[in-house]
Each structure stands twice: as structure tokens, then as C-alpha cells.
Design a protein around this ligand. Structure first.
Ligand code: DAH
Length: 344
């Protein structure tokens, strides 16, 4: 494929290279670079716009063809489904779009969460899902926020008239996971659990804030665990997830349930620290909160903090998916809008 415009040719070369390493190839059609080309059209002199636009469309059609081909190849490798309601010999692009439009498709948050979990499974973690209704004891007390603690205000959420809490974070599960898996420690094995879950906050809603979202918590405990282990684990996960080497940065922070506590940032995977719209021109993206589990939290689960130490983290899944799939408004996820969902 040749392009007369140098800028489009450069983007084409980059995207063709990148598509080979993506496991979700359809995400290439939402690449920042492609969107930037479209955004440039109105800034061009009027007589150049049509040609420029046409050439981007050629590139987009070509990428769509590569995506379809890759999907056909992937399907060819799958076992034959004799109940498929269409002729499987017809290439995917030529089939009626029944499958996505009539029968639905997986929600982008769920397919991304599956990718995230697959990486942690390979790293030896087990997954336990969090609850969507919990109590004050797990939301606060087991996490070292005694009654009246000012940090409780940072987790303003919804309550039922019976006093149950819609959890504001997946950390509500820490005590349960530590209590359940502490038998591992006695056998000389670590506790290594990730906890995906739906969480709720009393928020003023805008493009970056939603009352309902998803988090992934992680808990790791063993003898001699240090901040070094925390950083290495998260870096390994994030480099695998973004398929590239990253720089990481920690900054002191405060959470009642960890000591020390950190905010954890990575070098922007989209612009390699050059500055772009995803990282607000800073080159860095703050992704999660983490730290070494507070001795009181271990004690409350019946684990001896003199003998064992551990780390924990909590990260927002919605934000990761928004960055990766170029989604501009977090409210799309819970909107139930079919025009949004059918794009995935
Ligand atoms: N629960 C925190 C939040 O939602 C995130 C978090 C920070 C979780 C530090 C952790 C941690 O497990 O160690 O703001």
C-alpha cells in the first residue's frame, strides 16, 4: 500500500507494525494516531482536505481488512461449531452482522478484565471476586479506619437503610482473603490473590467520574516481602499488559491500610514520555495506589506481622480500558448504549 501524504504513510507504517503484536487487533482502528489524522482535516487548507480525508479512509479500510483477515485466521483455528447460525465458509467481513448486532457482544470492561486476569494467573495469582454489598466492618474497621477516622470521608458511598454499604473499593475483601488463605503461610506458601470487583462512590459525574466502576485489588503476603517485590510485580504486570518496557515511579501517599503507602505511575505507553493527550502532556500516568500492608490489617486477620509482611494495591480498570481503547468518557461503560457497545 502506498500513500502520497508523508504523514499518513508514517502512521500507516507504524500501525501496520503494531497490529502484528496486538492480541485484540480490532483496537488498532481506535488508535490515537488514526484519530489524530482525522482531527487534522479541519486545520488544512480547504483544497487539501478532500484528498487528505480520502487517503485516511484508504488506510482505515486497509486496517479493517487486516483485522478481518486476522479474525478469520483465528476462527479457522477454532473447532467447528456445527450449530453456528450462518455458513462458516463465508469470510467474516461478508457475513451479515448478526452476531454483534443481534446477539450482543462482550462488554469492553469484561474482555479487558479477562486479559488482566490471564496475566496474573500466569504470575501465580488466584482470583476472588469482591461483593457488591458489604458491611462497615469490612469497608473500614478491618482496614484500620476506626470509627470517626477522617480518612473515611474519602470513601463516600451509598448505604442501605439496614446499614449495609455499597463498597467504595475492593480493599473490603482484604480481611476475608487474608483470613481464608493464611493457611498457605503455615504450609510455607505465599498468599497471592487478585480481587476484581465492581465498586461505588458518591461522585459528581463527569467524563472522568462515574458512580459505578471496576477495580482490581492485589494482595501478596509471605516472609520477607519488601517494597522491591511490590514494584517488580506491578512493573512486570504493566509491561506485559502494554506489551512494552516502561519506567515506573512511586510517590509517598497515605492510605490507612498500608504503611508505607505510594501512588504508582508509569511512563506513558502511548507517547514514550514525549507528552500526549492521554498523559496530559506530562509523560507519566498515575495508575494505582499501593503499599506494604499495615501490621494492624495483618493482625486483624490473625497473621503475625512480626513474622510475615506483604504488599497490596488497588487499580481502576475503567481508566486502563479507556486509555487502551481510546474511550473519551467513562460514563459510556454503564450507559447501556448499543452504539457504544457494538463497537467492541
Ligand atoms: N482502596 C484504594 C482506593 O480505592 C486503593 C488502594 C490503595 C488499594 C493502596 C490497596 C492499597 O490495596 O494497598 O483508593
Amino acid at each position: 500500500m502506498t500513500y502520497s501524504n508523508k504523514k499518513i504513510a508514517d502512521v500507516a507504517a507504524e500501525l501496520e507494525k503494531r497490529i502484528k503484536t496486538l492480541d485484540d487487533k480490532s483496537s488498532i482502528l481506535r488508535a490515537t494516531e488514526l484519530r489524530a489524522l482525522y482531527a487534522e482535516i479541519p486545520t488544512l487548507p480547504e483544497e487539501k482536505r478532500a484528498d487528505f480525508g480520502k487517503e485516511i479512509n484508504v488506510l482505515k479500510d486497509y486496517l479493517q481488512k487486516l483485522v478481518d483477515q486476522a479474525q478469520d485466521e483465528q476462527e479457522a483455528a477454532e473447532p467447528i461449531d456445527v450449530t453456528a447460525p450462518f455458513d462458516r465458509n463465508i469470510p467474516k467481513a461478508e457475513r451479515p452482522r448478526l452476531l454483534s448486532s443481534k446477539f450482543g457482544s462482550k462488554h469492553p470492561l469484561m474482555s479487558e478484565l479477562e486479559r488482566v486476569l490471564a496475566i496474573f494467573y500466569r504470575m501465580g495469582f488466584t482470583a476472588v471476586e469482591s461483593r457488591q454489598l458489604d458491611d462497615d466492618y469490612h469497608m473500614f474497621e478491618t482496614l484500620n479506619f476506626p470509627e470517626g477516622h477522617p480518612a473515611r470521608d474519602d470513601y463516600d458511598t451509598f448505604m442501605t437503610s439496614e446499614g449495609l454499604v455499597a463498597p467504595a473499593h475492593t480493599s473490603t475483601m482484604q480481611n476475608r482473603v487474608l483470613s481464608t488463605y493464611k493457611a498457605n503461610l503455615e504450609k510455607g506458601e505465599a498468599i497471592s490473590v487478585v480481587i476484581p470487583g465492581r465498586v461505588f462512590r458518591n461522585e459528581d459525574l463527569d467524563a472522568r467520574h462515574e458512580h459505578t466502576f471496576y477495580q482490581l485489588e492485589g494482595v501478596y503476603v509471605d516472609e520477607g516481602v519488601t517494597v522491591g517485590n511490590l514494584i517488580a510485580t506491578l512493573k512486570t504486570f504493566l509491561e506485559t499488559y502494554f506489551s512494552q518496557q516502561l519506567e515506573v515511579k512511586t510517590q509517598p501517599y497515605y492510605f490507612p491500610f498500608t504503611e508505607p503507602s505510594f501512588e504508582f505511575a508509569i511512563s506513558c505507553p502511548f507517547c514514550k514520555k514525549q507528552g500526549c493527550s492521554v498523559c496530559s502532556q506530562s509523560g507519566w500516568i498515575e495508575l494505582l495506589g499501593c503499599g506494604l500492608i499495615h501490621p494492624n490489617v495483618l493482625k486483624m486477620a490473625g497473621i503475625d506481622p512480626e513474622k510475615y509482611t506483604g504488599f497490596a494495591w488497588g487499580m481502576g480498570i475503567d481508566r486502563m480500558v479507556m486509555m487502551k481503547q481510546n474511550i473519551e468518557d467513562v460514563r459510556h461503560f454503564e450507559s447501556g448504549k448499543l452504539e457504544f457497545l457494538r463497537q467492541f
